[in-house]
Design a protein around this ligand. Structure first.
Ligand SMILES: [Zn+2]
Length: 161
């Protein structure tokens, strides 16, 4: 994956990590501040925007089950997760019109997982030339505002069909 320059990730690197599992927290507590970024829930999976995105629409698709790796999901849980991934690609393609996607999982801290205890898939929309575009965005406040707007837009899109 080509490296994107995302200055607001400095906030992430510099701290502001809250204790406990992010995914279990928003699954169990819909009133948690981070649950604002949840755009879709199904019986077996949850889709939320990454608070520290590499690109607009950067989504995280996680199973409801708290487990650190994909092979611990049973067939139903795996099907639910993959179904949520397909739906996420479909909604992002329709609403954000990307030219491509990076989609995949970082499993384990050694592989770069930010939440290593709860496995999740990253879906990053990509646009032709987006590495250049990203370099000009350097205001965290603007990005955060865009994040909640994007969350509201995607929540409607997931609910629409
Ligand atoms: Zn968890």
């Amino acid at each position: 994956m080509e490296r994107l320059w995302a200055p607001w990730r400095m906030q992430y690197i510099g701290g502001e990590q809250r204790p406990g599992c992010l995914f279990c927290r928003v699954i169990e507590h819909p009133d948690d501040p981070d649950a604002e970024l949840v755009v879709w829930r199904t019986e077996g999976a949850i889709v939320m925007l990454n608070k520290f995105p590499y690109n607009p629409g950067h989504a995280l698709v996680a199973p409801i089950k708290h487990t650190s790796t994909l092979e611990e999901l049973d067939d139903d849980q795996g099907r639910d997760l993959f179904g949520a991934l397909r739906r996420t690609l479909q909604v992002l393609r329709t609403t954000m019109k990307p030219d491509g996607f990076n989609a995949g999982a970082n499993i384990g801290t050694a592989a770069g997982a930010g939440v290593p205890d709860h496995v999740h898939l990253h879906v990053v929309p990509r646009w032709n030339g987006d590495t250049n575009f990203m370099a000009v965005i350097d205001d965290v406040k603007i990005v955060n505002e865009a994040l909640s707007q994007t969350a509201a837009k995607l929540t409607r899109a997931f609910a629409a069909t």
